[in-house]
Design a protein around this ligand. Structure first.
Ligand code: NAG
Ligand code: NAG
Ligand code: NAG
Ligand code: NAG
Ligand code: NAG
Ligand code: NAG
Length: 398
């Protein structure tokens, strides 16, 4: 009887066991099905995500035409796509090495006007001085500038605005190698001159490591060695853009009442074309869409836009950014509408020393005898005497 009862119980348990096994199998099957369905859903989302990533990457690569050297090709990256030129990280984007691009001026100004809202840079930023040269062709005094820049790589960048048809490229060893920007024809005293200055500033602003911007002509020379000029500019809490109110006919007399009410006579300023700007001021200049059209339409010779536009703009928009003086010395003492052009025999140590130390001005709120860092205008035939005395006088590396 006990055995019978036991066998019945075993049979029952076995039946229950079967039932349990069955339920377990069903349960497992439904779990796997669920996992499968979930997997498919996730996979689908992932695919979409990857697809978007691809899209955003390719559009990012295509975005700056800066990396395309072809003006005609509609797609910047079809034939000459070069992997070393695509943007894999921040460096090539924040400090582009290739200056050539096919942007219009309007596109360039817009892009250059951008300011990061995160103030701190996510990389080690050594501030550079951008030297912006307005020149027709080759710089006649280039050998002097080569001496000036020698040994200071990483602390400066050079931009050349030339005649559009000028295509000469110096040797790869030159600091001027591949530093030309896309340029247009410039007429002295006209709006096209300001366009060239804005083009230089905008191209230099694309490099986020440029902190100070100096405009120079092909007849300019440096008056001190690189480190002195670099420190003078980097340590200054103001820019050097000259602006003053000239009551004479060659000042206020050039104001046109049709510029009102945007620009009034009391806003009207005059100043030297040769400015130095910090990043903030450079941004203000390329971003101006209010005053520039008024000048372009109403300031024509004998109103010279390069003598009035920037001084007036800065006084209106950001007067505290400039010290109101220029660091580029020019000799107007001869009178007339053109400054003195110095020739070979004028170049002596005594002459240059007078420009270097013969003035008084304020620098960061204190008196200083160093007021000029550059001088003009120097004839191409001054090159030889300048190169000869430069090592001694300016402390260049000979
Ligand atoms: C890509 O560019 C680099 C440097 O700019 C150059 O050395 C290289 O030859 C280029 N490659 C091609 C395939 O054009
Ligand atoms: C500009 O400087 C003057 C003094 O030179 C000061 O009174 C004024 O508040 C400053 N303005 C701005 C916007 O910083
Ligand atoms: C420069 O001149 C403007 C007015 O033209 C003035 O507001 C500003 O304070 C001056 N800056 C210095 C440093 O003198
Ligand atoms: C500059 O200031 C110094 C000291 O105040 C004075 O001796 C010198 O004559 C001044 N130089 C000029 C060119 O005004
Ligand atoms: C520049 O620095 C000097 C000296 O610290 C100070 O007196 C002056 O107000 C500063 N100017 C500006 C515009 O910050
Ligand atoms: C640059 O000139 C300054 C002063 O004139 C001098 O103290 C310094 O040693 C010079 N630097 C170089 C690198 O020659």
């Amino acid at each position: 009887m006990l055995v019978k009862e036991l066998s019945i119980r075993i049979q029952k348990e076995a039946r229950d066991g079967k039932f349990q096994v069955a339920t377990t199998i069903v349960f497992c099957l439904s779990i796997s099905f669920l996992v499968l369905v979930l997997g498919m859903i996730i996979n689908d989302h992932f695919k979409k995500f990857v697809l978007y990533e691809d899209l955003s990457l390719s559009s990012l690569n295509a975005f700056p035409p800066l990396f395309s050297s072809s003006l005609s090709s509609p797609h910047p990256c079809i034939e000459q796509c070069n992997s070393s030129k695509t943007i894999n990280g921040l460096k090539e984007w924040s400090s582009p090495s290739d200056l050539w691009h096919s942007m219009t001026d309007e596109e360039l100004m817009w892009r250059a006007s951008m300011v990061p809202r995160i103030v701190e840079y996510p990389f080690n930023r050594t501030p550079k001085v951008a030297f912006l040269f307005l020149t027709r062709g080759r710089l006649p005094l280039a050998p002097l500038w080569e001496m000036f820049f020698k040994g200071h790589q990483g602390l400066f960048s050079i931009y050349l605005h030339t005649l559009p048809e000028f295509t000469y490229e110096p040797s790869e060893l030159s600091v001027f190698y591949k530093r030309r920007i896309p340029s247009k024809l410039v007429q002295w005293g006209r709006a096209t001159m300001i366009d060239a200055e804005r083009r230089l500033l905008a191209n230099a602003l694309l490099d986020f490591t440029n902190e100070r911007f100096v405009l120079l002509s092909e007849t300019c020379i440096p008056l001190f060695n690189f480190s002195t000029i670099y420190n003078y500019l980097l340590n200054s809490n103001q820019s050097f853009l000259s602006t003053f109110d000239d009551p004479r006919p060659i000042g206020r007399g050039r104001y046109n009442t049709r510029m009102g009410p945007t620009i009034t006579l009391s806003d009207w300023r005059k100043g030297s074309q040769w400015f130095e700007a910090n990043r903030e001021l450079a941004l203000a200049i390329v971003s101006d869409v209010t005053y520039y059209p008024v000048f372009r339409n109403h300031c024509m010779p004998p109103c010279y836009m390069d003598e009035h536009y920037l001084p007036t703009l800065v006084t209106k928009v950001c007067p505290n950014l400039t010290s109101n003086r220029t660091v580029t010395w020019t000799d107007w003492s001869g009178g007339g509408s053109h400054p003195t052009m110095f020739k070979r025999n004028d170049v002596t140590i005594g002459f240059l020393d007078k420009i270097r130390n013969g003035f008084n001005c304020t620098y960061n709120g204190e008196m200083s005898s160093i007021c000029h860092l550059f001088a003009r205008k120097f004839h191409p035939n001054t090159l030889l005497p300048l190169v000869k005395i430069a090592p001694k006088l300016l402390g260049f590396n000979p």
